[in-house]
Design a protein around this ligand. Structure first.
Ligand SMILES: *Cc1c(COP(=O)(O)O)cnc(C)c1O
Length: 405
């Protein structure tokens, strides 16, 4: 039986059509788009087409607002550092406690080493932001707001349209990390007040090593990479032509599949959640069930370790993710689970299943069959689970507290 891939928030399979579109740019069409000859011209035309394809996916007003980068991380760094350089007198940043490390680590660095003040907006138990705290933090001292559109661990969506409007009213730049949202939900940037947005190719069936920074026309900007005139001087360095052409095709394809992703794929995700919850005691879905991506299920299994579940799932040919930082040997649950104040008896046992258009009903059936015995097996070994009563030991708080602190 073929292995089952349910880790699409980590990375996705490159679509066959994307591969086919990329191949000529490694062989016949190897010209440098900046060159003044036929080889370069042809490639330049292909890049312009890709820019329009991405513009269409984002619903941006102008194709010149699309800047190609090397990845989502580069786009995030560029957006935030650009705002800080463009407004040097502003020494504050607003972000959230549940951002991807691509934003969080940078903000922590800016705070600790560069003396910036960072406001980390908190979330509630369902991962929802407190907009009052956001309003209170907005001020002319803030250079940039950076808030993700969709959370990579839980799929929870943030009200970035509303937040961008508030930022604009306060005269503050608004950036969103839309790496998980792009291609899964409609974005339509021209109808928003979002100034900058990040996207990554490999999260939407394009290749690794290509990303996009959307820059609204008129936004003050300072490049991260200076050098040649590529990308109108906004991102120097010879273009990743094959990657960009592939991203253009992938952008078109995700748009064509968006309805499918929000109906068929979403129902597969729901069926997986319901199938597991119906059979496994003491587990629950994390995040905001009413406002989330159609492809993401994050399930917390109480009293066991997510990593142990993953290991056994992997043995059964099922690839998922623990949604935890799982930095080697770290016993800390993920920062997202901690931010949502998920009880420690459950935060350690989270598993993220993330779908793509390639997943099938058969696969869901296999996973729903595989998970309950794995959980039961691990709980048998858990000191916090009573095999006789098939429930937690009387005082799990007591059992966990010493090692958790
Ligand atoms: C994957 C991911 C990134 C990083 O993108 P790369 O292209 O791998 O650098 C950033 N933000 C979110 C929300 C992601 O899921």
């Amino acid at each position: 039986m073929a292995d089952i891939y349910l880790d699409n928030n980590a990375t996705t399979r490159v679509d066959e059509a994307v591969v086919a579109a990329m191949l000529p740019f490694f062989t016949e069409q190897y010209g440098n788009p900046s060159s003044m000859h036929g080889f370069g011209d042809k490639v330049g035309r292909a890049l312009r087409q890709a820019r329009v394809q991405v513009q269409t996916l984002l619903g941006a007003a102008h194709d010149s607002e699309i800047v190609f980068t090397s990845c989502g991380t580069e786009s995030n760094s560029t957006a935030i550092l650009s705002a800080l350089q463009a407004y040097p007198e502003r020494r504050e940043i607003i972000t959230t406690t549940v951002e991807h490390p691509a934003v969080l680590t940078l903000c922590q660095h800016l705070e600790q080493s560069e003396g910036y003040t960072v406001h980390y907006l908190k979330v509630d138990k369902q991962g929802r932001l407190d907009l009052d705290a956001y309003r209170a933090a907005l001020s002319p001292r803030v250079a940039v707001v950076s808030v993700m559109w969709a959370n990579n661990e839980t799929g929870t969506l943030f009200p970035v349209r509303e937040m961008a409007e508030l930022a604009r009213s306060a005269g503050v730049l608004f950036h969103t990390d839309a790496v998980q949202a792009a291609g899964k939900i409609p974005l339509d940037l021209k109808s928003t007040a979002i100034d900058m947005l990040s996207l990554s190719g490999h999260k939407l069936h394009a290749a690794k090593g290509v990303g996009v920074l959307y820059l609204r026309r008129g936004v003050r900007y300072r490049p991260l990479l200076r050098g040649g005139h590529q990308e109108r001087g906004r991102r120097a360095g010879t273009e990743n032509t094959a990657g960009i052409v592939g991203l253009g095709v992938a952008a078109e394809l995700v748009q064509q599949h968006m309805e499918y992703a929000n109906t068929v794929v979403c129902r597969l995700r729901d069926r997986l959640e319901q199938g597991i919850i119906a059979q496994v005691p003491n587990c629950f879905v994390t995040g905001d069930p009413h406002n989330r991506l159609p492809n993401t299920a994050n399930i917390a299994f109480e009293y066991i370790e997510g990593e142990a579940i993953l290991l056994l799932l992997n043995k059964a040919g099922i690839a998922a993710s623990s949604g935890s930082a799982c930095t080697s040997g770290s016993l800390e649950p993920s920062h997202v689970m901690r931010a949502m104040d998920i009880p420690y008896t459950a935060a350690h046992g989270t598993v993220r299943f993330s779908f793509s258009r390639y997943n099938t009903a058969d696969e869901v059936a296999r996973v729903v069959e595989a998970v309950p015995p794995i959980v039961a097996q691990l709980r048998k070994l858990s000191p916090y689970w009573d095999g006789n009563s098939n429930g937690p030991v009387r005082d799990p708080q007591q059992a966990f507290a010493p090692s958790y602190a």
